[in-house]
Design a protein around this ligand. Structure first.
Ligand code: ARG
Length: 586
């Protein structure tokens, strides 16, 4: 009667059976029993695949089993009668297949209906997730979309499991670009000190500044001096810098609000005061070298050095990141850090973590650190996704477009009488589905892979899309709604109403039980896309169930309503963890 992940429960049953059949073997060989889902499902729900490995390990020893099948039979014989597994059988070269018992499946579903969706218990960790992290005064583009969406989803997934998550926005607010930005700002808005300049288009300001920087020598020189002044703490420069950050922050916040993303800003500038101290710590380990006046660290794994201080005495991206690493592990006291950026920064973070260890800032026996370098978003020809005029696609435009297209689809459905969605709810529905589609299209593949951006595929009502999944959810909701039964009251009563009889019910039920396993897997592999894979697989089972098993007005109505309700709960949780808000009616 717990929310332990099912795969873990089954694994431990097999571990015990292997121990009984072959005492001491697992410890001696430091061997892990392998359990997975059975394919095809008619042979079972779960499968243990360890017989072959055990056979190989025992070959040539006294009383060695004659074949992997003998091993499998010995394990089956050693498995005591238990409330979880039944009908064990040996297949092929020695696979052990087993079915979940109906009482086990039903008790887990009853638990789900009573307590709501729960993750299996974990050891609580403090996790810093560094994501989104755009650069001040530059537009957030489709590249930052990935970091923002995946980081948000990972935060939700870990928070759901009870971890203490700090969502950190490592805004690029302290780079050399500020020299030209500040110089241009003070030129273009001479009254900037009296009234807040009305910079509606920060990107334009950036472009203009850049153009002058490249073309106007005097401006170039003033900009370079500007950086030095800012970094030296000149009050006027700081004032102008603050204005630029504030304008930029407001723009980003609009995107975060639209995407329902929550972040805590702790940008590059935040670490400035602690940099000298952290540099001292690194130097104290005797690992720094002088390279043409620059202070660097060479590591074993990388050719290029980690740049601690530039030859002109200034700090760099590397410097800020080692300071941030120290701060996160020793001030925030994070047990785990996950950083999302594009894949080009792979080496930077590889180096950072190695230097962190050399400097005794990072202790791999205590701290877990991950950098996820996500792939690029491309167009049909495989090039980076750009606007028609060749500019990077602004995130806000992309969201507008998706929402507008979804609205058109919904209007068509209304005109064709395919939905009873009230007119007044169209805009909200178009927004939730439109944004959900953008997010899902990104989240559904492994974070590291590239993908081709395509509105038509993204917004298709068929196949593995948010639109399809949200429709499936709404359809199931409407069945429950139309029944007129107070399903929530039925769910908490627990009077043995739920009975899994039909094989299509069973297939759906077993799928529902996988939820905790998916989370465990994501913790290990950071593959947020598995939640999408799961949600889609679940929806396919739902589809078969609703076409094969009549719910409303059938003798099994109430039991089936409970199965629908359990499914809605799991689906709702999956959507929420993906950052998508499902609708009860579309
Ligand atoms: N601002 C950087 C970019 O736009 C990402 C920063 C990621 N985080 C970090 N700690 N370096 O690529």
């Amino acid at each position: 009667k717990t929310h332990d992940n099912v795969l873990g429960v089954i694994e431990s049953l097999f571990v015990d059976a292997v121990e009984t059949a072959f005492p001491g073997l697992q410890e001696r060989l430091n061997f892990r029993v392998e359990v997975s889902r059975t394919k095809p499902p008619k042979f079972g729900d779960y499968q243990c695949t360890s017989s072959m490995a055990i056979f190989t390990a025992l070959k040539g020893t006294p009383n060695a089993p004659g074949s992997p099948r003998d091993v499998a039979n010995a394990i089956v014989a050693a498995m005591p009668t238990n409330p979880v597994l039944e009908k064990l059988s040996v297949a092929g070269p020695g696979f052990i297949n087993a079915f979940l018992t109906a009482p086990f499946v039903m008790s887990r579903l009853e638990l789900l209906l009573r307590d709501g969706v729960k993750a299996s218990p974990v050891k609580k960790m403090r996790v810093v997730i560094d994501f989104s992290s755009p650069n001040t005064a530059k537009d957030m583009h489709v590249g930052h979309l990935r970091s923002t969406i995946i980081g948000e989803s990972m935060s939700r997934i870990l928070e759901f499991q009870g971890h203490d998550v700090r969502r950190i926005n490592h805004v690029g607010d302290w780079g050399t670009q500020f020299g030209m930005l500040i110089t241009h700002l003070t030129d273009a808005f001479p009254t900037w000190k009296e009234e807040m300049p009305d910079i509606t288009d920060l990107t334009q300001l950036y472009k203009n500044a850049k153009q002058r920087f490249d073309e106007d020598e005097a401006f170039h020189k003033r900009s370079k001096d500007g950086v030095v002044k800012l970094q030296a703490g000149d009050p006027e420069s700081l004032e102008a810098w603050k204005i630029l950050c504030e304008v930029s922050r407001k723009e980003y916040q609009k995107v975060y609000d639209r995407l329902d993303v929550r972040l805590e800003e702790m940008g590059e500038s935040f670490y400035n005061p602690i940099i000298p101290r952290v540099i001292e710590m690194v130097e104290a380990q005797g690992i720094t070298e002088d390279s043409d006046g620059a202070k660097v660290v060479f590591t074993k794994k990388y050719k290029q050095p980690f740049m601690l201080i530039k030859s002109d005495g200034s700090y760099l991206y590397d410097t800020t990141d080692i300071a941030a690493l120290w701060y996160r592990l020793h001030e925030i006291k994070a047990d785990w850090i996950i950083i999302y950026t594009d894949y080009t920064q792979q080496d930077h973070f590889g180096l950072l973590f190695e230097v962190g260890e050399m400097a005794k800032i990072l202790d791999p026996t205590k701290h877990r650190v991950n950098h996820i370098g996500f792939g690029t978003v491309n167009d049909e020809s495989g090039k980076r996704f750009k606007t028609r005029s060749g500019e990077t696609v602004r995130l806000v435009d992309l969201l507008d477009e998706s929402r507008a297209r979804m609205k058109a689809t919904l209007l068509e459905r209304i005109a064709a009488g395919q939905t009873s969605l009230p007119e007044a709810e169209i805009d909200r529905a178009a927004e939730l589905i439109g944004y959900g589609a953008v997010k899902y299209f990104d989240l559904m593949r492994s974070p590291q892979s590239n993908y081709v951006f395509n509105y038509d595929k993204m917004l298709s009502t068929n196949g593995n899309t948010a639109v399809y999944l949200m429709f499936a959810y709404a359809r199931l909701s409407s069945i429950v709604r139309k029944s007129g039964v107070d399903v929530e009251a039925l769910a908490t009563k627990q009077s043995g109403v739920l009975q899994i009889v039909d094989p299509n019910e069973a297939a759906l039920a077993v799928e529902l039980l996988q939820f905790q396993d998916v989370l465990v897997f994501i913790n290990k592999e950071l593959a947020t896309n598995w939640l999408c894979t799961y949600l889609y697989a679940l929806s396919e089972k739902v589809q078969v169930f609703v076409t094969q098993c009549r719910v409303l007005g059938s003798p099994e109505q109430n039991s089936r309503l409970l199965l629908c309700q359990a499914t809605l709960k799991i689906m709702h949780t999956c959507f929420t963890l993906l950052g998508i808000t499902p609708l009860d009616q579309i």
